[in-house]
Design a protein around this ligand. Structure first.
Ligand code: HEC
Length: 243
């Protein structure tokens, strides 16, 4: 092979490497992202299933401890995915998944005085607020950002950024496949990151707060958005640094 030929084949090899390495890496991140979304949903489902207990003003100590939360979250996640985080050695990405469980437990630990206070009904411990606080702690532990967002957002920190606004608009388009997540590798704060967004739709249980009458306050003190059943409620948004 002459020199020219060799440099050409090398160039081809390098190009192939460049083309293949990015998607291959992002594939792992995409897998982690999908698992994290499910685990966050599992945690929110646990809060939702215990909402009446948490809001019970007649009870003091409710036994809704961080350990209980962690156990229920792992149990729900196993139901949803067949993945058992009690067997971390045989579970891919167990470390990062358990960091989310720990974050969720910490949020419940900090809320113990409020949760166990007698004489108060609504304590602000609802799935979305738990998810936001859990996401903040998780980001500190792992560098992975996890948030809930919506066009008509309630909490200021849930405001969509430019990327999220663009994707929410796409999700709202009737021609966009329902329920399909969207992901793209982009530069985020100067570094490559995989961004993943999963749409969320309003089910009947969401409407007592996010439904009608639009503009009237719900139990949490926020104004109802007037969402209809099945309408886009928002999205879970993840930013995973690609190493
Ligand atoms: C008890 C009332 C209540 C119910 C029920 C409820 N939400 Fe919310 N939702 C809220 C509040 C309050 C926030 C702001 C939470 C925070 O502090 O971050 C919120 C925030 C959100 C957000 C983040 C964007 C924003 O508005 O800040 C999404 C997305 C969302 N809710 C979707 C849902 C979906 C989907 C359901 C049903 C599965 C649901 N919510 C049920 C009260 C509720």
């Amino acid at each position: 092979m002459n020199v020219k030929g060799m440099s050409l084949s090398m160039a081809v090899a390098i190009c192939a490497l460049l083309i293949w390495s990015a998607p291959l890496q992002a594939a792992n991140e995409a897998e982690v992202g999908e698992l994290l979304v499910k685990l966050l949903q599992a945690g929110r489902a646990v809060i939702s299933a215990h909402q009446d207990l948490i809001n019970d003003s007649t009870k003091g100590n409710k036994g809704f401890t961080p350990e209980y939360m962690g156990d229920k979250m792992i149990e729900k996640y196993r139901e949803m995915t067949k993945i058992d985080l009690r067997q971390p050695n045989s579970t891919p990405y167990a470390k990062v998944l358990l960091a989310l469980v720990d974050s969720g437990k910490e949020v419940i630990a900090e809320a113990q005085p409020a949760i166990n206070k007698q004489g108060i009904g609504f304590k602000g411990m609802i799935p979305a607020a738990w998810g936001r606080k859990t996401g903040d702690k998780f980001a500190q532990k792992t560098g992975i950002r996890l948030k809930l967002t919506a066009v008509d957002y309630r909490f200021p920190g849930n405001k969509p950024d430019d990327f999220e606004s663009e994707v929410l608009k796409m999700f709202n388009d009737p021609s966009y496949p329902r329920g399909k997540e969207y992901s793209r590798t982009v530069m985020y704060e100067g570094r490559p990151a995989l961004r993943i967004m999963t749409p969320e739709y309003a089910g009947p249980s969401c409407l007592k707060c996010h439904g009608d009458p639009k503009g009237e306050k719900d139990i949490t003190g926020y104004k109802r958005e007037g969402l209809k059943e099945g309408g886009l409620a928002g999205a879970i948004s993840l930013v995973i640094p690609v190493h």
